[in-house]
Design a protein around this ligand. Sequence first.
Ligand code: SER
Length: 419
Amino acid sequence: MSNYKTMTTAEIRENFLAFFESKGCKVYPSSSLVPSDPSLLLANAGMNQFKEYYQGIKTMKEIGATSCQKCLRTNDIDNIGDNRHLSFFEMLGNFSFGGYTKRDACTWAMEFISSPEHLGLPLDRLYFTVFTDDDEAAEIWHSLGVAEDHISRLGEEDNFWAAGPTGPCGPCSEIYFDQGPEFSGEKPGDDGDRYLEFWNLVFTQYDRQEDGSMPELPHRNIDTGMGLERIAAIMQHAGSNYEGDIMTSLIELGEKLSGKHYQAGNEEVDRSLRILADHSRAVSFMIGDGILPGNEGRSYILRRLLRRAVYHGRLVGIQKTFMAEYADEVVRLLGDAYPELVEKRALIEGILTAEEERFGTTLEAGESKLEDELKKLTGDERLSGDVAFLLHDTYGFPIDLTREIAARAGHVVNEAQFE
Ligand code: SER
């Protein structure tokens, strides 16, 4: 298989924004993780801050926009810590609100990916998926030199994108990188690691309404998103999201704090070190954007991530208060790209330490209570919702933490009863 060059996260970020600026797009800073759109709890995509441009309520004089957006998705919190999932991530994107076409978007994407001044990835390792009946996208990729057997069609679940239940949405086309036959996986879109999706080009043309109807937007739009951690791992010839430069530095901090080694044969330790790297970065950015730990909405998401990080810290043997050290490293790694982290450093560290100390006082007692209860269970008996509620109410254990600890002992929680 063809080889290719190496780039750091910072180089990719800069190169991407400069490339789309050279095409006439205006560079926008990331918007806050707290969206202005009330239909969203947290920013989950680069297009969020441009919703009103899609809807034709606002217009810009440039042909479109480009940004590197802070995003947070916790719908699959239980998966975080595997090789792929992150809660917080950076998303590179370029956007058009009628200013340039689908063909332009694909042509520029191809130029960015394959040209040696940019990513310089070899075509034989790239695969493209298009929405079921999107012949136009298939034809465009083909005309740009993509072989027929590198283009496939996927249905609504993979190749139709929407930020939420209502709002701008449309069919999309995804670009995959072939990591090689040593990885599992048969084809783009399956669960294996061989074919990694790294760029999603959405052809946003509908505005889904509360009643499910999908009128056409005033113009045909573009919304692309490339996961920066994912492309950084690819450009650094690393196998996973957690092996790019930024996440590696955070994992190394975990090794230093715990005295444990990553990828030294203990899968549980590896998972905890990944969760610590992911969650500590997420909570630092959340506090940097003004979110405080609490019991509802985004505040509760912050609290859950933070408490889960503290738990995994104890699990890998970190005895002291440690979250502020992670925040410090996050600021060192990402403060140049996100100056708000530098400005809010003292606040971030103060809130993290206060919440960590608060939870630290009940964590041990809660854990031993939970362990006693788990020991009483036999076979596949469920942990009662009453116990889960006591842990929640008295010991500050978010339900996902109780669920996780119970699962380690081979039991599920009676969550209906807990509710
Ligand atoms: N909004 C799309 C996504 O998040 C493309 O940017 O995948």
